[in-house]
Write a protein that binds this ligand. Sequence first.
Ligand SMILES: Nc1ncnc2c1ncn2[C@@H]1O[C@H](COP(=O)(O)OP(=O)(O)O)[C@@H](O)[C@H]1O
Ligand SMILES: [Mg+2]
Length: 425
Amino acid sequence: MKVLILGSGGREHALAWAVKRSERVTEVVCAPGNGGIAQIARCVAVDLKDLDAMVRLAEAEQPGLTIVGPELPLSLGIVDALRERGLRVFGPTRDAARLESSKGFAKQFMKRNQIPTGNYAVCTSSAEFEKAIEFFHPPIVVKADGLAAGKGVIICASRNTAIEAAHGLFSGALLGAAEQQVVIEEFLEGEEISFLCLTDGKHVAPLAPAQDHKRIGEGDTGPNTGGMGVYSTDAMLDPGMTEWVLRHIAEPTVRAMAEEGTPFTGVLYCGLMMTARGPEVLEYNARFGDPETQAILLRLESDLMDALEACVDGRLAETELRWSHGASACVVASSSGYPGSYKTGFPISGLGAAAHVPGVEIFHSGTARLGSQLVTAGGRVLGVTATGDSLDEALARAYEALVKIQFEGIYYRRDIGHRALGRKP
Ligand SMILES: Nc1ncnc2c1ncn2[C@@H]1O[C@H](COP(=O)(O)OP(=O)(O)O)[C@@H](O)[C@H]1O
Ligand SMILES: [Mg+2]
């Protein structure tokens, strides 16, 4: 079977790597892909903002399955468009993807379906916001309603800064485009866990849990990024807690989406805060996370294609996911300056030696090929990922590989997994 993957980051590299291991997969096409993905798949240029272009590509390629990586094509309706043309596609429809593409929708959905989440208000004007803010105590979380690539969440120390943030979002001064809705949220405290599940619209199968590191600096300091590293262990969520999250969060979400006439299939990513009241949903994503997917798929022992096809065909209940015990970790190597401005085009060396470290897989996030030379092409450049019998071993392997890799301005956090290990950053 030919598989088409839409996207260009480390997540898509990991997906391509995992589906290629399936005996049924004869060819992987990735659009647009990157320099690393090009080593294992045929990369074809496409603009992920252009729905028609993606549809034309899929019609020309006639893949047996299309896997949608990022959120933007989902929110544009790529799944609806491909299904209408009789093409099999893994991911939610545009209406179902509103769980991610509208934070206001997600909050109201959780409220009406008794899914645990913090207090909130959805506001459609600055005047409404100024009334609602009276009922929240600092710190206050202010969120843009729509997709904002990690730039739409502002944690405010006072009501006045929250009002300023809301003005900035409504006027367009903050994100470029004016927001129609702004969400106020109660600030939740605790450990964050990424709880991803596969779903066929009825049945839910959890993936190995993961914890992301969003901030650029060691000790979780500095600005937010797309994610600087992630780890996954069995111990981070015990079986009782996994069961609780399934019964009270993941399964009710899938059931309610079906009951409301917008059945959700694909990956349901529940971003959880483990609060003193119990797990509460911070947000949903409607797709695999990046870099969570790199660490999670390294622990998957069963065939990913079987599971993805079972989701598309509505028979996930018959499919079993098997995971390796122990742990995995992914450390992201980024360009100097990221998440601010940075330069690209620097040659990358040492990847061959790094890949020889046992248990290591290197997934490319932002690389390109310049003749025979691999060069940096993004803020996040590589996701050096490793498995181990313990988290310590997985991290040691990832860092052993990282010291062998060079490019100008290479930066990575040396404290990935520090909270799980009880290490001081
Ligand atoms: N209600 C909240 N309380 C505390 N922290 C929050 C809250 N909402 C979001 N955050 C923090 O901000 C990050 C980004 O928020 P999130 O809702 O996941 O938006 P996005 O991923 O779309 O930028 C979260 O991972 C979390 O660290
Ligand atoms: Mg998030």
